[in-house]
Design a protein around this ligand. Structure first.
Ligand code: NAD
Length: 299
């Protein structure tokens, strides 16, 4: 692995996790860049709040965690934050203009050697390739929330990415404990959401069309495929607000099916506070949802 100095830009939900995980494995110096000192203070708090999860899920000790924290450096000055970076991982807001402005600045400030990777969930790297000034050293490196245990890293090229940097970023992802998943072509939604979104929409379509209820739909999928969760149990984890936002975007584009689906999710679930597992209720009631009970698959 020829990377040593990693800069994470944006220290929100995902950026703080990426930075801490990179520091935790002990092989890298990690710099966190955010827009001002208040944001950096929030990052320190966020990272401190990750420590109990590392203890519970990975058996980390206080020594491990304190050593990881000590490998972090915090900067609100972009030039200083990237002065010797081998790799910059961008996890700033999912807003085209914010990212374009950031890459334009970064392209000027970073040394020639620096590779840039975006963690964007819905925007494609080709949208920003030109702004970076180094399209061949730019690609996507997409993590899942709670990266220390949901350890997928989808590594995706855009048409101008050079294979050498694609391979290096795959190696880096492995070095920080991820399972690296190479995508050789640009794909909106990467692999996971290209599979998951249509699957969840198919389940919701059966409900909307009054073909079957959520438990029957989930049961069918679980028994027939051996999967541990059906679409509605997954929707409860994702959160029904996210499903609503996706349906609503398609409704606004004029699709009448999604107008009805968005309306159903809003009136029957969101307005009643049933937004999913985190709220204690969605399609199922938690902490003991019906699908987890022994007799669910029996009849
Ligand atoms: P967030 O809102 O929690 O954090 C964004 C951070 O970026 C904040 O700390 C903010 O201060 C900082 N920021 C704003 N403007 C900036 C700038 N110009 N330069 C540097 N920092 C700036 O966002 P998030 O949920 O962590 O998402 C960040 C990126 O990661 C998005 O592209 C998103 O699509 C992606 N992502 C999010 C998730 C998730 O579950 N939240 C999962 C995978 C990928």
């Amino acid at each position: 692995m020829n990377y040593k100095n990693i800069t994470v830009a944006g220290s929100g939900v995902l950026g703080s996790q990426i930075a801490f995980q990179t520091a935790y494995v002990g092989k890298f110096n990690v710099t966190i860049y955010d827009i001002n000192d208040e944001a950096l203070e929030r990052a320190k708090e966020r990272i401190t709040n990750l420590k109990p999860y590392y203890k519970e899920d990975l058996g980390a000790t206080d020594e491990d965690l304190n050593a990881a924290f000590d490998r972090l450096t915090f900067h609100s000055d972009l030039a200083k934050a990237v002065a010797d970076a081998d790799l910059v991982i961008e996890a700033i807001p999912e807003v085209v203009q914010i990212k374009t402005d950031f890459y334009t600045e970064l392209g000027k400030m970073a040394p020639e050697k620096t590779v840039f990777a975006t963690n964007s969930s819905t925007l494609l790297p080709s949208q920003f390739a030109e702004a970076t000034g180094r399209p061949e050293k730019f690609l996507a490196l997409h993590f899942a929330n709670e990266i220390w245990k949901n350890n997928t890293a989808e590594v995706m090229k855009h048409p101008g990415t050079n294979d050498r940097f694609f391979d290096e970023v795959i190696d880096f992802a492995k070095a920080i404990g991820m399972v690296a998943l190479p995508l050789h072509k640009e794909q909106p939604g990467y692999i996971l959401n290209s599979l998951l979104v249509p699957f969840l929409e198919a389940g919701q379509g059966l409900l909307l069309n009054e073909v079957a209820d959520p438990a029957t739909i989930d049961k069918t999928w679980m028994i027939a495929t051996g999967a541990p969760l059906g679409p509605f149990a997954i929707l409860d984890v994702v959160g029904i607000t996210t499903a609503y936002n996706i349906a609503n975007a398609k409704a606004q584009a004029g699709d009448p099916h999604f107008v009805k689906l968005a309306n159903l999710l809003k009136t029957e679930y969101i307005d009643k506070g049933k937004t999913g597992r985190a709220a204690g209720e969605g399609f199922y009631k938690y902490p003991n949802p019906a699908f987890a009970k022994a007799d669910f698959l029996k009849g």
